[in-house]
Design a protein around this ligand. Structure first.
Ligand code: MLC
Ligand code: AMP
Length: 506
């Protein structure tokens, strides 16, 4: 029987020479393909030794490291479900994810072990391990005692491989369930579409708790048997230093904006590069053009989301058009729908809906929510608004979901407003996204005090910092007397966006 385990496909692409370099880190470490094979086997055997139930979730909130990547691969290998969590999440956010996902194993940084294990124990999860980015922690101590041989677990294409939490427009985060088949189909399509070649070397500079860094970048390199230059954190100068040794780079638009500020970024430093990929947020046409002028390379912009992995891409051969996200990938069907559920012709703006082998299995334990997001004929409503131009290129022109994308991270205003509204003296608040030269977009909070209360915007921001992931904190907070409303009494966020749009003008 064919094994649809994603790890089996990645493992099959390892080069014949297992002693060749698979990963080189920014602190001078080298990992061979054999190291990846053995390390993932030991970690998989550790998970197996815990006698976890089928479909067990392995929740992981750790700093970026090659061992953390191996833990992801080991989870696939052993047939469990990986649940990556942003390191910026604080205790209330972690408590929600752990309560909602009910993981059988929790892995965290040593410095957070006290509070994370407390949350885990309260939820009945007793397998809590530590893992730090200097190859230490109880996870590795335990794995060191396990065999380095492990037979990849047999999986069906629809078996769950990962749950990615994405914030909800209302209420709490939803866990998008991705299967082995979802991710394998996407990885195979991108390998061909982006023409991965023998000898390609990827600079991996993104975090590994979201689709872009964890799936697009890691699967891309591994399924091509390609070496990764592994940066623990995005550092523009280090990326420029490494460019001459690399052929592929992937980043959110903020990474490109920051790289352009490096004088060392030249045609000469990019001489061996083959492909620059951007996505996760809109790439400004100014950045697209400045990159072309400075490096001689045309950034390839693509579009995707946690629920679907990659959906569209500009062509590898053929014109890459700035301000567009290219064409639906092979196997993906994409349509633009009008208000009455009709499919719109080229040039008209509507809701983007998609279908394909990459589209997720639904939201974790939210069948109703899942149902709402799919049409009767099986298309997933992305919540993005766009159009297809006369040449077939797809443009994302906005979002129907109330979402801010800041430096490639999603921030849901409703979540932040909820925290602000719970603060003493606050009558009401609105959080909107405004343009920002570095992060593309950032949140701004506009708050109304209760009669008789006095509020201070900076104090509100300071209070938010105590409870929320740092990237979600509005960059400014204004206390005003009233919010603009329509005749129905609904806050007109478009007017607020307009009013504050020049706040961070470059
Ligand atoms: C950091 N800060 C941010 C921020 N990142 N503020 C808004 N938005 C962000 N994204 C703030 C911190 O709160 C802090 O503020 C200050 O910046 C410095 O923090 P830092 O951690 O030192 O920041 P830095 O390392 O410079 O991080 C910036 C970044 C990072 C751009 C490198 O945000 C990043 O790696 N973004 C990539 C996200 C990503 O991978 N997205 C893919 C999602 S997948 P203070 O006030 O505390 O000093 C997806 C699907 C798809 O969307 O299609 O790919
Ligand atoms: P996430 O939930 O983090 O996976 O974010 C997915 C969202 O990011 C999509 O629904 C889009 O709104 C946005 N996105 C991803 N890629 C692009 C892109 N190239 N251009 C514009 N928006 C994008």
């Amino acid at each position: 029987m064919k094994n649809n385990n994603l790890f089996a496909a990645l493992r099959a692409a390892f080069p014949d020479d297992l002693d060749a370099s698979a990963v080189e880190t920014d602190n001078g470490l080298f990992y061979s393909w054999r190291d990846l094979e053995r390390g993932t086997a030991m970690l998989a055997n550790l998970l197996v030794s815990l006698q976890l139930p089928a479909g067990a979730r392995i929740a992981v909130q750790v700093e970026k490291s090659v061992e953390a990547m191996m833990l992801y691969l080991a989870t696939l290998r052993a047939g469990y479900v990986f649940l990556p969590l942003n390191t910026a999440y604080q205790s209330a956010e972690m408590a929600y994810f752990i309560a909602n996902a009910e993981p059988s194993v929790v892995v965290c940084s040593r410095k957070n072990f006290g509070w994370v294990s407390k949350i885990a124990f309260q939820q009945g999860t007793y397998n809590v391990f530590s893992l730090d980015d200097n190859r230490s922690g109880s996870l590795l101590d335990r794995a060191a005692q396990c065999s380095d041989r492990h037979e990849v677990v047999q999986c069906k294409a629809e078996d769950l491989a990962a749950i990615l939490y994405t914030s909800g427009t209302t209420g709490r985060s939803k866990g998008a369930m991705l299967s082995h088949g979802n991710m394998l189909s996407n990885a195979q399509v991108l390998k061909d579409y982006w023409a991965w070649k023998p000898g390609d070397v990827l600079i991996h500079a993104l975090p590994i708790f979201h689709v872009h860094g964890l799936f697009v970048a890691i699967h891309g390199a591994l399924i091509n048997g390609s070496k990764m230059i592994w940066l623990s954190k995005f550092d523009p100068q280090l990326v420029v230093d490494k460019l001459p040794e690399a052929t592929v780079f992937m980043g959110v638009p903020t990474l490109y904006v920051r790289l352009l500020a490096e004088l060392g970024l030249t045609r000469e430093t990019c001489r061996n590069m083959r492909l620059f990929v951007a996505g996760s947020a809109p790439l400004l046409i100014e950045t697209f053009r400045a990159w072309q002028e400075r490096t001689g390379h045309t950034i390839l912009e693509r579009y995707g989301m946690s629920e679907t992995a990659m959906l569209t891409s500009n062509p590898y051969d053929g014109e890459r058009r700035g301000g567009t996200v290219g064409f639906a990938l092979p196997g993906v069907t994409l349509r633009v729908q009008g208000d009455r559920g009709q499919t719109l012709p080229a040039g008209e703006v509507g809701g983007i809906e998609v279908k394909g082998p990459n589209v997720f299995q639904g939201y974790w334990r939210m069948p109703e929510k899942t149902k709402e997001e799919f049409t009767a004929d099986g298309y997933f409503r992305t919540g993005d608004v766009g159009k297809i131009d006369e040449r077939g290129y797809i443009h994302i022109v906005g979002r129907s979901k109330d979402l801010i994308i800041s430096g490639g991270y999603n921030v849901y205003p409703a979540e932040i407003e909820g925290y602000i509204n719970d603060m003493p003296g606050v009558a009401e608040s609105a959080v909107v996204g405004v343009p920002h030269p570095d992060f593309g977009e950032v949140g701004v909070a506009i708050v109304i005090a209760k009669p008789g209360s006095t509020l201070d915007g900076d104090a509100i921001i300071a209070a938010l910092k105590a409870g929320l992931a740092n990237f979600k904190i509005p960059k400014r907070c204004f206390v005003v007397n009233e919010l603009p409303r329509n005749t129905m009494g609904k806050v007109q966020k478009n007017l607020l966006r307009e009013q504050y749009k020049a706040l961070f003008a470059a």
